[in-house]
Design a binder for this molecule. Structure first.
Ligand SMILES: Cc1cc2nc3c(=O)[nH]c(=O)nc-3n(C[C@H](O)[C@H](O)[C@H](O)COP(=O)(O)O)c2cc1C
Length: 358
């Protein structure tokens, strides 16, 4: 455990292994976080799709089960203005699917289920005192951020460019997640929305390391010990791993999603906005193929999701993944189906062995 070449993140978070379980809204569970935390990594709980009561209950469950440090993760996107014209255009795009499935295209839609960090979430942080709070899509407003830091939590957030990394450091982040283009799920960008200019992990990590003084966590297609060692060689102090943990029994991955992950090819994913309005990497399926991958008609994040939800609800029970967001990074094939604690321990052991060989 003391053989890691860089102790900055280990000391900052009080963890034994430089492995952070990526927070993954949907599949991420308290059980998954507990397993990684118990193995010596940082367990993370994604809160964007949870109520404050659910976050509180999960935190109590996790604190009972592990003494290891824990991370609560929140989105901090600006809630978009409702735009009835754009909503109508999006519903018109989806109308043929509603007709095909015999759904009423004019029925009221479910509300968007991804909530940004707010005063209520902040009160839960102050009460539960997680060791780390991570944000996606920048940082919350200054007053909320001050309260999070005053609670004693270390604050981290994702950067997809060097400019975003510098901005996060200037605004008080204790470490930066350098999120390469290969990563699964939503791009964490907040300054440059031009997806054609996003950067891969191999180019992003060393440039962020050179640009900031705080430690850097590499994320994006790190699926085995080779990726961990490469990230450390590029100057990262730790890695954040998402897709590889989706294969663990503690993850709550819908059956159709797991099937797609198990069959995923290296070139099977794309950046798409057709599920939520925000660009995210997922396995290409019918909706992505037919309306995307990036659609100008999709309302801004997270509003596009509302009109897709009924299509998914109608088709997924029959085993179809046509309308399911199959988030995945580009390295799903590297994953091994193991319990999360075992996976964490093996990744660390194999990485250390490679480092020792030099
Ligand atoms: C299914 C899924 C859901 C995700 N949800 C979140 C989230 O809620 N919050 C967040 O900060 N990042 C989220 N991400 C991004 C991850 O935190 C991480 O950056 C990414 O998984 C790393 O790339 P990899 O999947 O190739 O390992 C998600 C990723 C996936 C695959």
């Amino acid at each position: 455990m003391s053989n890691w070449p860089d102790r900055r993140i280990l000391d900052l978070f009080g963890i034994e292994l430089p492995i952070i379980l990526a927070p993954m809204a949907g599949p991420g569970t308290a059980e998954l976080a507990i397993a990684v935390s118990e193995a010596g990594g940082l367990g993370s709980l994604p809160c964007a799709q949870l109520s404050t009561d659910q976050v509180r209950a999960a935190m109590i469950q996790m604190r009972r089960a592990t003494r290891g440090p824990l991370n609560l993760n929140f989105f901090c996107h600006k809630p978009p203005q409702a735009d009835p014209a754009r909503e109508a255009a999006w519903r018109a795009q989806l109308a043929p699917y509603y007709a095909e499935l015999g759904l009423d295209a004019s029925a009221p839609l479910p509300a968007a289920s991804r909530k940004p960090f707010d005063a209520d979430f902040c009160a839960v942080v102050e009460e539960c005192k997680p060791d780390v709070v991570s944000f996606h899509f920048g940082l919350p407003e200054a007053d909320l951020l001050r309260r999070v830091k005053a609670s004693g939590a270390r604050v981290i957030s994702s950067a997809t460019t060097v400019a975003e990394a510098r901005w996060l450091e200037q605004h008080g982040c204790d470490a930066i997640i350098a999120m390469g283009l290969e990563a699964g799920g939503h791009r964490g960008y907040f300054l440059n929305a031009d997806m054609s200019r996003q950067i891969g992990t191999f180019a992003l990590v060393p440039q962020v390391v050179d640009a900031v003084r705080v430690p850097v966590i590499a994320a994006g297609a790190i699926g085995d010990a080779r990726g961990i060692v490469a990230a450390l060689a590029l100057g990262a102090s730790a890695v954040q791993i998402g897709t590889a943990y989706l294969f663990c029994p503690e993850a709550k991955v819908p059956a159709v999603h797991l099937r797609a992950l198990k069959n995923a090819a290296d070139d099977g994913t794309a950046l798409t906005n057709v599920f939520t309005g925000g660009p995210a990497r997922g396995i290409v399926n019918r909706l992505v193929r037919e309306l995307g991958p990036l659609s100008a008609a999709a309302p801004p994040f997270p509003l596009a999701a509302s009109a897709v939800t009924p299509l998914r609800a109608r088709t997924e029970p029959g085993g179809s993944d046509d309308f399911v967001n199959l988030w995945s990074g580009q390295a799903a094939r590297l994953a091994r189906e193991l319990p999360a604690g075992e996976l964490t321990a093996i990744l660390a052991k194999e990485a250390l062995a490679k480092l020792a060989r030099g």
